[in-house]
Design a protein around this ligand. Sequence first.
Ligand SMILES: NC(=O)c1ccc[n+]([C@@H]2O[C@H](COP(=O)([O-])OP(=O)(O)OC[C@H]3O[C@@H](n4cnc5c(N)ncnc54)[C@H](O)[C@@H]3O)[C@@H](O)[C@H]2O)c1
Length: 361
Amino acid sequence: MLSLTVHAQTRYEIKFIQDLFNSDLLIEDCKNKASQFVIISDDTVSALYAQRLKNILEQLGSPVHVATFPPGEHYKTRETKAKLEEVMLNARCTRDTYVIALGGGIVTDVAGFVAATYCRGVPVIYIPTTLLAMVDASIGGKTGVNVPQGKNLIGAFKQPHCVYIDVDFLTTLPTVEFNNGMVELIKHALIRDADLFAELERQTLSLQDKNQLEHMIYRSCEIKRDIVEIDPEEKNMRQLLNFGHTVGHVIESVSHYDIRHGEAVALGMLIECYFSQQLGYLVPKALARIKAVLATYHLPLALPDTIKQVSWLDYFKMDKKSLNSQVYSVILEDIGRPYIAGGKYAHLITPDLLAEAQNYS
Ligand SMILES: NC(=O)c1ccc[n+]([C@@H]2O[C@H](COP(=O)([O-])OP(=O)(O)OC[C@H]3O[C@@H](n4cnc5c(N)ncnc54)[C@H](O)[C@@H]3O)[C@@H](O)[C@H]2O)c1
C-alpha cells in the first residue's frame, strides 16, 4: 500500500488503498480509538456510501451517527456547521468522538471545521470521494465555510488524523466533477513539477487506468505535502498553492457559485498566466501548452461575459489573500517554475493590470 507521511503541525498518514470498504484498514486503524463516530457527508455521497461505512464502523462497538447536508457551495455555511454540531450535541458526543468526513472538498472543509471547534477540537478522518478532494482539499489542514462577503472567510487550520485515498470512489463521480478535480492536479504541476506537466500532456488521465491515476494523485499529494510541511500556515511558500485561486475565488463569488471551484480556478490560472505574461515572464508558447491541457478536460478557457461585467475590486478586497486592500498573485516564469523574488511568492498586481485582465480572453 502506498502512503505518504505529513508533518505539518501534527503528523499523519495519507493512505492509498483501492476498495477501502472491503479491506480491514479502517477497523484496524479505528479500533479502541473513539467513544462515538460521526460520519459527515453530503446527501448525494451519503446515499451512495454512508451505510456501508456505518456498517464497518459499527463492528467496533461504538455508536455511529450519520449527519448530512445538501451538496453545493450554498450549503458550505455557518448554518450547516451549526446543524451538524446540533446532531453531535444531541448525541452527547464528547472529546473522544471521531468525525469522519466522507465526500468532496465541501464536506472535508465543513467537517474539518466542525472537528476543529467541537469540544475545542476532536480528531477528523478524511475519506475524499472526489478527485479534487483527493489531490488537494484533504491535505494541508485548511477548513472553513463561505459567508455572503466571500469564500472560506470563516475557518481554521485543522490537520486530519488520517486520510484514505481510494480511487474506486471516482467510479460514481460525474465526468464534469472529475475534470473539475484535474485542475488542482494541473496546478500542482504548474507551480512545482514540469515533468508531471509533460506527463499530463502525453496522456489523458481516466479511470480506465486506475494504477496510473493513483500514481498521478500520489505525485500531486506529494507536491502539496512538501509545501505545507515547510509552511503550514501560509506565511510564505504555501502562497504558491493559491495559484489560480486569487482570481478563481473572486470568479466563484461573482458567479454566485454557478461556476464550480475547479473551473473557476482554471480561469483564474489563465488570468494569472496573463499577469505573468504582461509582467514579462511567461512566454506565449507556455500559455498555449497550459490551455491545451485544460482543453483536454473540457475546462473553460474564456471568461463568461456576466463575469466580465461586474467590478471585481470589492471582492478582491475581502479576499483573505489581499494585503492592505491590494491584490497579490503567484507569477509563473515557466511551467513548473514560479517567480520568487526577495523571499516573496506572491506579487503585487496593479489595479490597471487587473482591469486589463478582466477584459482579456
Ligand atoms: N481545504 C483545502 O485545502 C481546499 C483545497 C481545494 C478546494 N477546497 C474546497 O473544495 C470545494 C470543492 O470540492 P469538490 O470539487 O470536491 O466539490 P464537492 O464537494 O461539491 O463535490 C462535487 C459534487 O460531487 C458529488 N460527489 C462527491 N463525490 C462523489 C462520488 N464519489 N460519486 C458521486 N458524486 C460525488 C457531490 O455530492 C457534489 O455534488 C470548494 O469549496 C473548495 O473551496 C478546499
